[in-house]
Design a protein. Structure first.
Length: 240
């Protein structure tokens, strides 16, 4: 397995500080210690997505109850419930929360059904009917040790997945935190992806998200005023 910041202890700290700030280095351990109590005391609430109401997802892993995962997980579950056929997850996220059975493409992480290959060159023997990615594409070429410009590698990887991995009439969904990778934000703003549908959500309180326009979402900053993402982009591509 290729070495990177993500699979070394010191490297993970470096990435965390860069992404969330030094204050969160001290806050995260405290949150993890009190996670079971915090989650137990939280009021169960809902958010709107694509005309339907979904419950926020609260989990002790990776402080899910206070970051964008609280809406990303329900959003992806909403698509999975409608999915039939072979599934691929890009970036190992869902196995941290559930006992999953589908294939996972992740360059660095190890685990059940995980394929340790680079997304840009991955070519499966059998294509997939549904492909999804949770907060993964923004890392491509940005903080994964790649020498290729981030924007260029993101687009190349996206096109490669659509062409080499997705079946005819298959669907691909990706969620992207706005403000983390400026190269990704620029691609989204310039409509460089051929998404059939785009949805954006903005955090208006610590754990309250609403749908907004793409223009409004792109104005938000990562980590301010609330820790982690303050806006989320959801792109949906359906192959004809």
């Amino acid at each position: 397995m290729e070495r990177s910041l993500y699979n070394s202890r010191i490297g993970r700290v470096v990435v965390f500080v860069k992404r969330f700030g030094i204050t969160q280095v001290f806050m995260k351990p405290l949150r993890m210690v009190f996670a079971p109590l915090i989650i137990k005391l939280k009021t169960r609430r809902n958010f709107n997505f694509n005309g339907k109401v979904w419950p926020y997802f609260y989990h002790s892993y990776n402080t899910t109850w206070i970051n964008e995962r609280q809406i990303e997980i329900p959003i992806i579950i909403s698509y999975l419930k409608q999915t039939k056929g072979k599934v691929l997850e890009i970036g190992r996220v869902m196995p941290h929360y559930f006992n999953t059975q589908w294939d996972v493409l992740d360059k660095f992480e190890k685990g059940k059904n995980v394929i340790n290959e680079d997304i840009a060159s991955f070519s499966p023997k059998e294509k997939y009917d549904f492909i999804f990615s949770i907060s993964t594409f923004e890392h491509i070429g940005f903080d994964d040790g790649s020498k290729m410009p981030s924007g260029e590698k993101i687009i190349d990887s996206y096109k490669s997945v659509c062409q080499k991995c997705l079946n005819k009439k298959g669907a691909m969904i990706m969620t992207i935190p706005i403000g983390y990778n400026p190269h990704m934000d620029k691609l989204i703003a310039q409509n460089k992806f051929n998404f059939n549908k785009e949805t954006c959500l903005k955090r208006i309180k610590k754990d309250s998200w609403i749908e907004v326009s793409k223009e409004e979402a792109l104005k938000t900053r990562y980590g301010k005023p609330f820790p982690y993402a303050n806006a989320l982009f959801v792109g949906e591509y359906r192959k004809k």
